[in-house]
Write a protein that binds this ligand. Structure first.
Ligand SMILES: Nc1ncnc2c1ncn2[C@@H]1O[C@H](COP(=O)(O)OP(=O)(O)OP(=O)(O)O)[C@@H](O)[C@H]1O
Ligand SMILES: [Mg+2]
Length: 295
């Protein structure tokens, strides 16, 4: 029996990591990682480039390099090269070879085997289900399109269809909001919200701290180790952000709303306002308090 046939252990967390370390060629990328994600959660993972976000998601899909510690997904230990049943993975779009000569339907139907299967054969029922899913995700009519001809948002949704066709209980999405325009971003996020509402566990990585602050109940800050974990209102503090990003970020609070801004940006705004004030007070530039803008 393959691991794909084993029903997931009901009641177990969607993700359970304890004392995990992962590295590539002797270089440690993640360490001392202990993390529990209960089923039905919606969690955002944030951290600077190279902090190990993709590595963490790959670890959960059985694709990471060797690791130490306990890695359990949907109640089962993850084994290398063995995508756990019930897990849908939407890779970082930049990591995909879009020139690979596959159609949308092939990617969705073939799933993980898309690049290695010989000549696959699919039942009419499977194809109908795939089409219904593509339709639901706004990709109706694009089944025969080559994947290289899709836009960023369509690519995201194609991978979502692939995950949903396999009845994923846990969706792992690597930067689903990058590389798409604002309207598409909103559509993708709405869709994820719906899927979460339907009971799926969603774990995504993002560089968009303000999206996390506004929409997700839990954020995990990562930079080789977990630097903070909890509700955005508690976690997104200047201290935690400095520990995570190594850069000064300011957190503006307006009631329950949190906005994270680059402290440098704030300074520039202050400087610009300052300069406007100086202009306003006289004809032309005057006053000792004029601030030189750095451009
Ligand atoms: N296959 C690999 N072989 C060797 N090193 C790797 C490999 N994949 C990732 N790394 C290294 O591991 C570290 C973490 O990379 P990872 O892709 O997980 O970061 P990330 O947080 O997803 O970054 P980004 O925000 O840019 O996507 C980086 O230093 C990267 O160079
Ligand atoms: Mg990444």
């Amino acid at each position: 029996m393959s691991s794909g046939d084993v029903p997931s252990a009901v009641g177990s967390p969607a993700v359970d990591l304890d004392g995990v370390a992962v590295g590539y060629g002797g270089q440690t990328v993640l360490r001392e990682l202990s993390l529990t994600v209960p089923r039905g959660s919606f969690v955002g993972i944030v951290g600077p480039s190279g902090s190990g976000k993709t590595t963490l998601l790959r670890l959960l899909t059985g694709r990471a390099a060797r690791h130490q510690g306990r890695v359990e997904v949907l109640g089962r230990a993850v084994r290398p090269s063995n995508v756990p049943a019930g897990v849908g993975y939407v890779p970082q779009l930049e990591a995909v070879d879009w020139e690979f000569p596959l159609t949308v339907e092939q990617v969705v139907l073939l799933g993980e085997a898309a690049t290695s299967a010989p000549v696959p054969w699919f039942s009419r029922a499977e194809k109908q289900r795939a089409r219904a899913l593509l339709e639901r995700l706004g990709l109706g009519g694009l089944e025969r399109r080559r994947i290289r001809e899709l836009s960023g948002g369509q690519r995201q949704r194609m991978f979502l269809a692939r995950a949903l066709l396999r009845d994923a209980e846990l969706l792992l999405l690597d930067e689903p909001t990058s590389g798409v325009d604002l309207a598409t971003r909103r559509d993708v996020l709405e869709l994820l919200g719906q899927l979460h509402h339907e009971g799926l566990t969603v774990v995504l990585t993002t560089h968009d701290l303000n999206f996390v602050a506004a929409h997700l109940p839990r954020v995990v800050c990562l930079n080789q180790v977990i630097t903070a974990d909890g509700p955005p209102a508690e976690v997104l503090t200047p201290d935690a952000l400095r520990r995570t990003f190594g850069a000064p970020l300011q957190v503006l609070r307006d009631g329950a709303r949190i906005v994270v801004v680059d402290a440098e940006q704030v300074d520039l705004h202050d400087a610009a306002a300052h300069r406007r004030e100086a202009t306003y007070r006289g004809d032309g530039w005057q006053g000792d308090d004029e601030v030189e803008l750095p451009w």
